[in-house]
Design a protein around this ligand. Structure first.
Ligand SMILES: [Zn+2]
Length: 921
């Protein structure tokens, strides 16, 4: 094909030109030729699959007496075929380097779920590293410019130095960046080439060697055990079932920083405020550099949208000049969601940056088809891809290393040529953020403290605090146009450095154009996700309200019980802590009200717990009081038990089913269960196929997973040799969170049959999101159908309205209103026959007006579709959630629906599910 052949020849020609014209390139400008590692140069040429995949910046390695190269410590050069480095060895190298040169320092910022260190490595001039604390202070000052005049700011900018942060290994199969960074740090520490010296003298580089250390080691184990020998692209097999403890690539979508490794990085970030957070990924060919395309979040400073293509275009031009084909920008990832990990920089007035380089999922050299199918894919020439990648390529780890390192060196070159511009911009964006909050509504957000469920209020405030957002409590009543808020109201004023971030997180997301696609969620409005009241205030008077700063919000529980109270009643206002309370008091008899009850001036909603103060001849008031108070709940003592119907809240033996092929959404549920102290067995196809499920379990939960019913049932393709996931002395990271001799094949029809037997024998099967395709499509719920929306439908994570259909159903305990905001989870469009409409617990009213935040294109397609269906099947039940009530530690307002379904598993009064609902409009 002419295009392909042209794009093959051009880089070759450029590469030749680069070699011939080497004198104009930076390496030549060094005063005296340093001693070079000749073996390195020879092997790198050998490992690089075509000359144009190498650049003059990285084809050589200067030696420095007494300073170890990666090979000196690891025994191989970076980019060697068939070699991946474990985290302990990466760290060993950085520590050896730091011991040998004052230009490198290694620090520890936390510990992973599995006990590995999380490290930050600094590299810069001796002077920079000796005065790191001073430079950190300058950035802190510029990042909060309140009280700083322009002259003082200029003075700090003249003395300060940008920190440019690089991070690797967030996504475990993207194996190249952790290798590359070792060589980069070495090069930055020892090379005296002008380009490198410029970087060292003007920029401080910080490096997160591996953002997900547990996943890195597990993936490296998997590579050595299963995939190192696979040299044909078509033979590639599934990766390990887990990266970190809970999640896969959602570690880049953990908007609330719930995972310990993500949180450690955020805490470090807020201390150091690097101006740039540059995240190194692998996927598309050959190097894509993020330029922040539309849709862009309009609340961020417009300066940022100039900075992003500034860097990306500079890198593209530099690398193209070096003769490297396939470097492009634009046309891939947008600037809408603030939830990506490195976005923490943009959210705090810095710069998020990202690469995708081409990777083989390991260090095995492989021939790759770059263009998929008949189309050109990412190999077409476009204005943003003037020298496109080839349609086919033999690709190696060293190619990957060359591209990424040349790109990063170019980015650092730009930063080192314009350090003052970067610092000025950071200061200007921070100053503008405060100014924006002073001059544009909303000026503040009010979060009433006295909401019935104080636990979600405290959580919301604390999630803001985690990100460094200032929150205060009003010291007097606040009267504004929006209403009167009592003293003690939480107030987020926007005239603060992170006022823009507060707005982004708390406002409704108006997606700018329904015809634009976006890479992740379109809606995340925190008040809706938590089902907590948050009021935007457009009355400027809010800025003058006196407040006491909040360090951490606490929901204090209150127990009012006269001596001699017969029962304690804990009102259910939707706190997820109700479930924790039940489990903490598992030895006690706890009953739930089936209807609201008023006593002693308090109305207790349905679902409120009733606990006798004397149980088994033992007074339990103190035990209950302690737990209620710690959990931020309330309890009221009554002289006698309420006279309304109640049932025992007896706890089920709970299993959570996971496929081996998509454990991530299960991981989010496991994480929530662990946090709220809900015990469960994690089971896989092996246990399901073995049968006898009812003997061991009362409830089996199948979280959202797989893309279809077939995918859930048959899971990983059976091809090639078995894929064992077991721990042994050699592969110590495998076999965590479950073991299997062969993770392929899924539960199969045998598994579905066992699930049916489980339900027929009185078990409760709960399915979430896409898992809810399975019971209808495999005939477990004969009368319920599961349909897919039309191809024109597009709903990337909006928040929409749901409507209660069976108000007395225990799933709805704690929810007092008839409507609630829920995250749309892209599960099936369920259909229940008219005669069975009583099985519908909740439904989506649908239509454009029901979209509360974010984008749902084709909102009429969900009109009156069931959101939750409770289907009796023989003596058991199947509860289908069309959405996902336990999504990424985000929709806390919905968690209770799932918790209720579990804790009231055997308590559905026969009448409830048969009650005639409001007919559809
Ligand atoms: Zn990635």
């Amino acid at each position: 094909m002419p295009v392909a052949s042209r794009s093959r020849c051009l880089p070759l020609l450029l590469a030749v030109l680069v070699i011939l014209s080497a004198p104009v390139l930076p390496a030549q400008q060094a005063a005296a030729p340093p001693v070079q590692d000749e073996e390195f140069a020879r092997l790198v040429r050998e490992w690089t699959t075509a000359p144009e995949f190498l650049s003059p910046l990285v084809g050589h390695l200067p030696l420095a007496a007494g300073v170890p190269t990666p090979k000196d410590v690891l025994g191989h050069h970076v980019g060697a075929p068939n070699v991946l480095t474990y985290t302990a060895d990466l760290l060993k190298y950085y520590r050896a380097l730091a011991a040998a040169t004052p230009r490198v320092r290694v620090t520890t910022i936390g510990t992973t779920d599995e006990g590995r260190e999380i490290n930050i490595v600094y590299v810069g001039s001796e002077e920079s590293l000796a005065n790191l604390e001073t430079y950190r202070g300058y950035l802190q000052r510029l990042g909060d410019p309140r009280g700083l005049d322009e002259a003082q700011a200029r003075d700090i900018i003249a003395k300060a130095r940008p920190i440019y942060h690089l991070m690797a290994g967030l996504h475990s199969p993207e194996t190249g960046p952790p290798e590359m960074l070792m060589e980069l740090v070495y090069r930055l520490a020892v090379s005296d080439e002008p380009l490198i010296r410029g970087i060292r003298d003007h920029v401080i580089v910080s490096v997160l060697p591996v953002a997900e250390p547990d996943g890195r080691d597990r993936y490296v184990d998997w590579y050595y055990k299963h995939t190192i020998g696979i040299t044909n692209e078509n033979d590639r097999v599934s990766g390990p079932p887990y990266w970190g403890k809970y999640i896969f690539h959602d570690n880049n979508r953990d908007i609330n920083y719930s995972q310990v490794t993500m949180r450690a990085l955020l805490d470090w970030y807020l201390q150091w405020r690097p101006l740039v957070m540059h995240d190194l990924h692998e996927s598309v060919p050959f190097l894509y550099t993020f330029s922040g395309q539309a849709p862009q979040n309009p609340s961020l400073d417009p300066i940022l949208y100039g900075e992003l293509p500034w860097f990306a275009n500079f890198e593209m031009a530099q690398m193209t000049k070096y003769g490297m084909p396939g470097v492009w920008t634009h046309g891939f990832v947008d600037m809408w969601s603030p939830g990506y990990l490195a976005f923490m920089a943009s959210n705090h007035n810095g710069i998020v940056r990202m690469y995708e380089t081409y990777g083989n999922g390991g260090a095995t050299t492989m021939k790759r088809r770059v263009a998929s199918g008949d189309g050109p894919g990412q190999t077409s020439r476009e204005w943003y891809r003037p020298n496109p990648p080839y349609r086919e390529v033999t690709w190696s780890m060293r190619n990957n290393t060359n591209y990424m390192q040349t790109g990063v060196l170019s980015a650092l070159q730009l930063a080192s040529e314009f350090p003052r511009v970067l610092l000025e911009n950071f200061y200007a964006k921070s100053r503008n953020a405060v100014e924006d909050g002073r001059t544009k509504p909303p000026y503040a957000f009010a979060i009433p403290a006295g909401q019935k469920d104080r636990t979600r209020v405290a959580r919301l405030v604390n999630l803001l605090r985690v990100q460094g957002i200032e929150v205060g409590r009003t010291t007097a009543e606040l009267k504004v146009a929006e209403g009167t808020f009592p003293a003690g109201t939480y107030l987020v004023k926007r005239d603060q450095p992170y006022g823009r971030l507060a707005k982004i997180l708390l406002e409704k997301q108006d997606f700018p154009d329904p015809n634009l696609r976006t890479y992740d969620d379109t809606g995340w409005t925190m008040g809706l996700m938590l089902q907590a009241e948050v009021t935007p205030i457009a009355d400027k008077a809010a800025l003058d309200a006196a407040v006491t700063p909040v360090v951490e919000a606490r929901a204090d529980g209150a127990v009012t019980a006269e001596r001699g109270a017969a029962v304690l009643v804990v009102p259910h206002h939707g706190a997820n802590a109700m479930t924790t309370l039940r489990y903490r008091l598992k030895a006690l008899d706890v009953r739930a009200l089936e209807q609201p009850h008023t006593a002693g001036g308090t109305t207790f909603p349905a679902g409120s717990f009733v606990i006798a103060t004397t149980q088994g001849g033992r007074a339990v008031t103190d035990e209950v009081r302690a737990q209620v108070q710690t959990l931020g709940l309330d309890a009221v003592g009554l002289p006698s038990a309420p006279s309304v119907a109640m049932h025992a809240v007896d706890l089920p033996r709970l299993a959570v089913f996971s496929t081996w092929g998509s454990t991530q959404e299960v991981g989010w549920v496991r994480h929530a269960f662990d946090q709220f102290e809900v015990p469960y067995d994690l089971i896989y196809k092996e246990r399901v196929r073995r049968g006898g499920l009812r003997a061991d379990y009362d409830v089996i939960l199948v979280p959202n997973q797989g893309r279809s019913a077939k995918n859930l049932v048959y899971d990983i393709d059976v091809k090639g040799p078995p894929l064992a996931y077991r721990k042994d002395d050699r592969y110590r990271s495998l076999g965590m969170y479950g073991e299997s001799d062969d993770i392929r094949g899924g539960m199969g029809l045998e598994g579905v049959l066992e699930l049916r037997k489980f339900v027929e024998a009185g078990g409760v099967l709960i399915t979430l999101g896409t898992a809810s395709y399975m019971p209808p499509e495999f005939g477990l719920t004969r009368n319920v159908n599961a349909q897919r929306p039309s191809p024109a439908f597009y709903a990337p994570g909006p928040i929409i309205e749901a409507e209660v259909a069976a108000p007395a159903h225990p799933i709805l305990y704690g929810y007092q209103s008839t409507k609630m905001p829920v995250r749309y989870g892209n599960g099936p469009l369920l259909q229940v026959p008219e005669t069975d409409r009583g099985q519908v617990v909740m439904r989506y009213p649908g239509g454009a007006a029901s979209v509360l935040s974010g984008l749902m294109k084709g909102a009429d397609e969900v009109r009156n579709r069931p959101a939750i269906v409770d289907v009796p099947v023989d003596s058991g039940r199947i509860i289908l959630f069309a959405g996902n009530p336990c999504y990424r530690w985000q929709n806390f307002g919905e968690f209770g629906l799932l918790f209720n379904a579990i804790t009231h598993w055997n308590d559905v009064p026969a009448t409830v599910a048969r009650e005639a609902p409001t007919p559809p409009q």
